[in-house]
Ligand binder design. Sequence first.
Ligand code: ADP
Length: 340
Amino acid sequence: MISVQDLTKRYDDTLAVDGISFEVQAGEVVGLLGPNGAGKTTALRILTGYLPPTSGTAHLAGYDIFEDSLEVRRRVGYLAETNPLYEDFSVLECLEIIARLRGLSPAQSRRRIQEVIGLCALPEVMGKDVTHLSKGYRQRLGLALAILHDPEILILDEPTSGLDPNQQREVRDLIQALKTRKTVLLSTHILSEAQVSCDRILIIHRGKIAASGTPQELQRLSAGPPQLSVQIRGPAQAILAGLNGVPGVTRVTLRGEDGGAPRFLLEAAPGADPREAVFNLAVQFRWTLLELKMETASLEEIFRQLTIEEGGAVGTSPSPGLRPPSPSRGEGWGEGVKGQ
Ligand code: ADP
């Protein structure tokens, strides 16, 4: 488990990480999602003992990252964003060097190397020099090195960055395969990656956690009343009047017609779910219900609202439902999303 309390990092006049607190439970995959410059790498480097914080504390597997830094390093596998590798050695040699540095016995080393080669699909390149590896294989080797000592916690900085879509999927599948046995904290600026890979997402912006939750919870946080998309085959005006009378429905808009069946957008009172009443209405008048769908804001929209440039073209502040969990959000929402 990872437990972070009020972690702050200031570089001269840049407040890179601004009092973040969160926990990652055993077996969870949690994503730090944020635009470039949000403070993700800084936070992960602090947690892995590569960088001291300005203030705050963190415990990994129950150990303090400073007081027990050696115990922490034993229990953590770290894939750095730049993934430094021994370029002049073969893949196998690289694994052997790290196994030795990690203090594995020759027998443990042989067993673990075989395991990670299988897990990370490296057999084809075992004899290849690292310098000749494709980006995808370099990332797989980086992951193999990070998990070689079988750590209980994995910290992965932009694990799919620079990979093509097939390679990205392979790395995501690998993370899912590891998830049953590990606690994983990863960083990404790619929303779809967080959505696919993570049980929980922490949206980080300007060093602060702007929102957190499961992908579904973040979607539900979206502002505005619940909306329903409805298509019914039948007399448009009669249907419009009927829908307007459904309890909980506050507004009905005719959106057009498709194949002789009008489409409507229904707005409902907060917390209301008029789907059953709409269904019953259609049954009562023998209208054919073709579609009845609750519309949810996409996570992309939520992320955009949280990280949008203040005074930008699309909006100037986050919707009320998207306020961060912390009581003091401080200044504006800063830079737009970059580097996607
Ligand atoms: P991310 O990983 O989300 O892209 P970083 O943690 O790399 O964000 O950077 C957060 C902020 O800290 C940025 O404004 C960046 O310019 C600044 N920063 C990062 N590393 C340093 C450093 N070594 N010295 C000064 N500023 C830094």
